[in-house]
Ligand binder design. Structure first.
Ligand code: F6R
Length: 364
């Protein structure tokens, strides 16, 4: 049942405010300003390193969470794609914890990476959608994301629910390790409780995004740029677009532009900037000027202040509500998903069943 939508992907994109509210309700009971995770036997106090491993979109969720664990909890984090990690067989130092992220809980490479870590680390955590899966069963602690069944092959609501649970875990780590005080934690918890309403506001941009997508659908290649915590989302935006619209896309850290990809910029090249007005905004703006100076087509996704700084020469823009700095990757995932979705619909590709892809990759 597509719930009145043309595709499961559209339905699942639109479900995000509801499922994320549910995930928040499960991990942060109403009325509490702290992150205690009752019933979860987890303590980050003596952890000296966290290793996160996953594939595809779940890997980008890990890369995003690295910023949270490092910045909020002062915890060193290593992130790897499972197919590399498992064959590299890296040494695992003492006082390490390993965390595996998987929607299906059955991805062969991620499961093999988990098995490699068994017995070598102090704890195996997983963040899964399928609570009855192999990855959940073989973990010491499996944390469900409460996204509900995801049918569209391209992951949407699972990604943002993974991010939500990972942020809550990072707050738990910050609380255990004393890197944030009660007021700072309460500030993040309050911001999280406001997230579903901001996500609804983002969904209202669907029609504006559809118009931008009509123009994007004519491109051969698209570049996605972001800095800091928006860099992994740039890669996720590019992955979504290539998966379902078959347009070649790449995500890059904006600061890498002049180290290579700027050679691609000409009047035919759309460049999507994921740029909330955060601490790195001015740096990203100067990269945007470099793209504009070479006649690249800039599609800017930002808040009102950011778009006004973006000026009148933008090829296209998508407005997002203002939000707490830690939550921008979750909020900005929605326009990235909608952009891929509407572009694929404009091109007439099979949105829910893209060619050559499977929902669950249980073989290598
Ligand atoms: C992309 C996508 C894939 C999966 C990847 C991992 O939209 O869906 O990249 O994220 O195959 O799958 P899980 O999360 O089931 O381990």
């Amino acid at each position: 049942d597509k719930g009145g939508h043309k595709h499961f992907m559209a339905k699942e994109i639109n479900e995000q405010p509801t499922v994320i509210a549910e995930a928040i309700r499960c991990y942060l009971p109403t009325g509490s300003n702290s992150v205690t995770l009752e019933g979860v036997d987890l303590d980050f106090r003596n952890v000296e390193r966290l290793t996160m491993v996953a594939c595809g979109t779940a890997y980008y969720a890990c890369l995003t969470a690295k910023y949270w664990f490092e910045q909020l909890a002062g915890l060193p984090v290593e992130v790897d794609v499972a197919s590399e990690f498992r064959y590299r067989e890296p040494p695992m130092p003492a006082k390490s914890m390993a965390l595996f992220v998987s929607q299906s809980g059955e991805t062969a490479d991620t499961l093999a990476a988990l098995r490699y870590c068994t017995g070598k680390v102090d704890g195996i955590l997983s963040v899964v959608n399928a609570a009855e899966s192999s990855i959940a069963r073989e973990s010491d602690i499996a944390l469900p994301i409460h996204a509900g069944v995801e049918i569209g092959v391209a992951s949407t609501k699972a990604f943002t629910c993974q991010l939500t649970v990972l942020l809550i875990l990072a707050l738990k780590a910050a609380s255990d390790r004393g890197t944030m005080d009660e007021a700072q934690i309460a500030d993040h918890v309050a911001a999280l409780r406001g997230l579903p309403s901001a996500l609804n506001t983002a969904l209202e941009q669907s029609e504006a995004i559809r118009r931008a997508a009509l123009r994007l659908s004519e491109a051969r290649d698209v570049l996605f740029l972001g800095r800091g915590i928006m860099y992994p989302l740039a890669m996720e935006g590019a992955l979504k677009l290539k998966e379902i619209s078959y347009i070649h896309a790449e995500g890059y850290p904006a600061g890498e532009l002049k180290h290579g990809p700027i050679a691609l910029i000409d009047k035919n090249m759309p460049v999507v900037f994921m740029t909330p007005t955060d601490a790195l905004f001015d740096k990203t703006m100067s990269n945007m000027q470099e793209v504009m100076a070479r006649k690249g087509k800039v599609l800017m996704i930002s808040d009102a202040a950011g778009l006004s700084a973006g000026g009148n020469d933008l090829w296209n823009s998508i407005a997002m509500p203002e939000i707490h700095a830690s939550l921008t990757p979750i909020l900005y995932a929605l326009p990235a998903q909608l952009l891929a979705y509407h572009t694929a619909v404009a091109k007439g590709t099979d949105v829910d069943q893209p060619r050559n892809l499977a929902k669950s990759v249980t073989v290598e």
